[in-house]
Write a protein that binds this ligand. Structure first.
Ligand code: GGG
Length: 350
């Protein structure tokens, strides 16, 4: 198979982790006889510094022309401390999602048995958890009109029927192939957008009588995720709720450094760790590369249909963890200190 992949490292630890995602992809190419070619492009703070724009036109053009995109992270502390900044790194990420029509963000909560003790939650609560989040990605307060005067600010929370319907279909199709349970998370007791969300999901649910549907308020879902995560199979939710709930759910997997994601929709698929740019540890060889490597496994499976190759990546990570190797974020009090690795050493082990 011949595929052309655009690598957008972005900011902070983005370059360190995507180096290893790309290296694993090259190794898969050699082992299985696929030809992967690569190009690079700028996004986020790095792109602002170089071109003045968080998403240069050239990046979007290259993205549209590629077969898949491997992305790192965007963000910079400079903007977090300057709320008045008009041009921000995150606009690059939101812009490429919109530009490529990436409306469904799949975030699997993959739990490696070896990491049961890395979580602050009890192993007996976690064991057997397997959740697939569908976070809507191109609507909600992220894209609604923003207004600001001296003492007032507003972000319009807006959803259209078609936006809810198309992601609900994707989530139901996935639920049908998994545990046949779907939990739609909203705030329909308070928000009008959530009442539309629930109405549309109820309509789509009728087309999937083999899938058991549950509707849950987001506050309850946040609690159930740490109380009884095994109750969830596929979780379908809006952009903002999905952003927050999946960070919470990363603690089930042991660390944000373990969670990969796939953004899909109308065109080229986009694969990235759910973690951000982590400037506090950038350039120190401390970042966990496993989320980027797992994002490559998602790319192989979802965009290229290479399930065996994807499985070989998960098996390699499993073996590395079974041998006792950890990055700092997933080490616990029982970890052999000599097996706590930096980004480079962990990437090489896998
Ligand atoms: N790799 C994920 C990342 O860079 N996240 C930073 C960010 O700006 N995220 C916004 C979002 O996911 O909605």
């Amino acid at each position: 198979m011949k595929k052309h992949i655009l690598v957008i490292s972005g900011d902070g630890i983005g370059a360190e982790v995507t180096t290893w995602g790309k290296a694993v992809l090259e190794q898969i190419g050699k082992t299985y006889g696929h030809e992967f070619t690569f190009d690079e492009a700028l996004m986020g703070h790095e792109a602002i510094e170089a071109t003045g724009s968080p998403l240069p036109d050239e990046t979007l053009e290259k993205a549209k022309a590629s077969d898949a995109i491997l992305f790192g992270a965007v963000g910079h502390a400079k903007y977090d401390n300057d709320p008045s900044a008009k041009v921000r790194p995150e606009q690059g990420l939101l812009g490429i999602r919109k530009g490529l029509g990436l409306y469904a963000n799949l975030r699997p909560i993959m739990l490696f048995d070896e990491l049961l003790n890395a979580s602050s939650l009890k192993p007996e609560i976690l064991k057997g958890t397997n959740i697939l989040f569908f976070r809507e990605l191109t609507g909600d307060v992220y894209f609604g009109e923003k207004k600001r005067s001296a003492d007032t600010a507003s972000d319009l929370m807006i959803y259209h029927r078609y936006e809810v319907e198309r992601i609900a279909i994707k989530a139901y199709e996935a639920a049908r192939l998994r545990g046949k349970r779907l939990c739609s998370v909203d705030k329909a007791n308070v928000l009008e957008t959530s009442r539309l969300w629930r109405e549309v999901v109820q309509e789509v649910a009728k087309r999937y009588p083999d899938v058991e549907t549950e509707h849950m308020f987001v506050d309850n879902a946040a609690m159930q995720l740490v109380k009884n995560p095994k109750k969830f199979d596929v979780v379908l939710t809006a952009n903002l709720f999905g952003d927050i709930l999946t960070d919470e759910a990363s603690q089930i997997a042991g660390s944000m450094g373990m969670l990969a994601s796939a953004s899909i929709g109308d065109g080229t698929g986009f694969f990235e760790p759910i973690h951000g740019s982590a400037h506090d540890i950038a350039g120190q060889d401390k970042a966990n590369p496993l989320a980027s490597i797992l994002s490559v496994a998602l790319m192989l499976e979802i965009s290229f249909g290479l399930s065996e190759e994807a499985k070989s990546i998960k098996d390699a990570i499993d073996k590395t963890l079974k041998e006792g190797y950890r990055t700092g974020d997933i080490a616990d009090s029982n970890t052999d200190k000599s097996k706590i690795l930096g980004t480079t050493a962990m990437g090489k082990k896998v």
